[in-house]
Design a protein around this ligand. Sequence first.
Ligand code: PMP
Length: 429
Amino acid sequence: MVYQRSSALFAEARKYIPGGVNSPVRAFKAVGGDPIFVKSAKGAYLYDEDGNKLIDYIASWGPLILGHAYEPVIEAVIEKAKKGTSFGMPTEVETELAKLAVNMVPNIDKIRFVNSGTEACMSAVRLARGYTGKDKIIKFAGCYHGHSDSFLIQAGSGAVTFGSPNSPGVTQGTAKDTLLANYNDLESVKELTKANKGAIAAVIIEPIAGNMGCIIPSDGFIKGLRELCTQEGILLIFDEVMTGFRLGKGGAQEALGIDADIVTFGKVIGGGLPVGAFAAKDVIMDHLAPDGPVYQAGTLSGNPLAMSAGLAMLTELEANPKVFKSLADKTAYLHKGMEEVLVKNGVPHQINRYGSMMSVHFTDEPVVDFASSAKGNNDTFKKYFHGMLRGGVYLPPSAFESYFLNDALTYGDLDFTIKALDNIVDELK
Ligand code: PMP
């Protein structure tokens, strides 16, 4: 495949945008080479500036659960745009989306919309601090909750891909209030709660992690966290920016059968437009301004275009929950097909999968936390990524990311992907 025009556009972008991108993982630094510039997308396919067609496994990092340019979403946005793009005043569509989300997700009474997952998580933590009157939070190594200061402590996703899990610019003062535990290691959380008795406002976790590859919580881990938090008067925050409205109508809370105290959303809830949200029971949400003292605001929050896209997307998912099973079945099929190729050819690997999230690590050891995820062979990963790209398959350009399947993918696309792996597997030995 030829990527001349993408490379030229990247060179031009680098002159005016730091690193040529507006979010680091896009730059392909982890895998080398120039990033691909997208011209358009439809269904399961990306069309780049050089005229190449690629099967897309990132779906804009999750939101496009029904595929790109999904007709009802596009129509809703166009119709809304004709009536004005932003007012900074209340609109009915905000309540419509809020009502639908509150009905779909267990255990929440109210939801506040923001513009990104970062804002959602940052605001959720402020609310937890305001509600409990405590300062410290616990997060897990390798989990990513956006780029707000408190979370850039052993963060996953692009932060670890680029070697800045603890970013310069985050003050010591902020860092000392973020305590670090290990995923799938309840003891590490217990030790922190014991050493910081009465000082912890919240534990924030990706209930199924997607930012160190896909990591599945071991039996009893999340349940144990729930019990510990209840016992210690700590709020449990589920960061469902990836899992919300993807694993099922009720996200990870429903999938795992565990109630969180605050839930954060992003991605799917905006149908691909910039939206995030956080939600909880009234007793917690009533602490937010304007009814309560915890301040949180946004000029473009509840933006009518974003709300109408989210409403169109969630309406579809609510009406057709079979989508979640269909997505999980497709992901299982891909998993099985890719595994067969790798096993047959003796390539050491781990494929982790939960619902429609999945990742491939090139290591012999089970990948259960950040340390084991980091043991994956990055040279093999690079060959894998570029080999698949040559074969017409676009995967996340870092092993510290999850694949997100979309329901426009056909079994033919999945077979094509498995075949693409078979074609390049010799390079991975
Ligand atoms: N939380 C999780 C679990 C995420 O995966 C992300 C982004 N990938 C965020 C928060 C931050 O969201 P955003 O990039 O929209 O700020």
